[in-house]
Design a protein around this ligand. Sequence first.
Ligand code: SF4
Length: 476
Amino acid sequence: MTAHRQSDTDACPGALRLHAAADGLLARVRLPGGLLTGAQLGSLGELAEQFGDGRLELTSRANLQLRALQEGDTARLADRLRAAGLLPSPTHDAVRNIAAPPLAAARLRALVEELDAAIRADPELAGLPGKFLFAIGQVPLAADVAAIPDGPRFGLRFGGHDTGLRVDAGRVTEALIVSAHAFLAEREAQRGGRAAAWRLRELADGPARVSARAAAALRLTPVSVPVATPAEVVDPGALVGVVTDNDQAAAGALVPLGRLESAQIRVLAEAERLVVTPWRGVLVPGLTGSAAAAWIERLAAAGLVVTPTSRWTGVTACAGRPGCARSLGDVRADAEAASRFVEGLPAHWVGCARACGSPAGDHVRIEATGEGYAVTRRSGDGRPAGEAVPHGEAGPGVAPAGDPGPRRDEAAGPRSAKRRDEAAGPRPAKRRDEDGPSSARQRDEADDPGAVRGPGRAGTFPVDVLGDVVAGARRA
Ligand code: SF4
């Protein structure tokens, strides 16, 4: 289905176009391929301490964000980012969106740098939307245009679809640049007075039409492939602990809920090179096995997650309260209270239906509603997926939530779910099962095939039972 935007305003934040969040301004620093040096991370850490809240936030696209910035500091922040090599182009800052595998081989990393330079050298591509994503190599993200190694050549993908276009390594950058131009041309052709599309998937028949334009410009004839083959979903794998790939060892750690604290930044800043991953993790690459083991000890001592059986494995969250004014809950604190180790689908906690930062593949969404949390299984495009989890899998005694009790940022009282329950006393639960869905939202939930259900109906759940509910949904 083709969706049309209501507005042309591209508010995707960058280092120069800051987003006004509830906790201050937010700056996003693009890291093509997730790559940066330890020195650059150290510079970002200093900027976060001087101008922000002292922390760095890892995004689902392997970028870094500074939060709680003040208006009067933005010019000095930009100067410092430029000096650190993290703002190489004022015109193209928001469009340097290039994903690559975290442990990409040297030839792919070289292509990332080549593509980044080519994007910055192309004035027309400054008009790409800030959401438009390039990829080189297989990544767990929904790229608009991608080049995936296919034997000695590269296969081009458009919105995740293999349309049969193949190029040699020497033409990868050219092919991706041409494909981005093809996207801009096609979206203009389809615009018809409406707001412009941001993503290739928003265009009618986008993969086929953009591919056809690119093929004509590149003089390529498609090879035979299964019609509109979607790209395979990449298993996030375990980039945790000592990992080896492409003849290199690396030390991998997860950053709990994607926020690097200043002490952790200082440790990582001593590395020569770093890779930020889309799983809110960080790698110290290019090590010997023994050096990687030594790094793991240091990362663990700094409070980062270095074991794959941590309760944080596969758990992510949006900003939530108090950072985002839209949020209907303190999702990070609630995720902290309810998360446990589960082998299964990733779990993503969100403060509202916008579901920022959702994983690209199948996952469980835990969404604050203001009346507890709705738990649904989602496919990579964010739509509900699969059958409802039987109530028994959600654990005994699970019922839809009524009043979730005082929120943490509204009450200075107990912080844990259990203590909050004790303080709040019995809850006057709403009986939605008797009244039926009373709002459009609840009616939607009742029809949601991915919803994890209470006893015989869709519902929301209070934090104190979410550990069981989410674990059941992730395992199923
Ligand atoms: S999902 Fe909603 S609450 Fe979370 S960051 Fe996005 S807009 Fe804010």
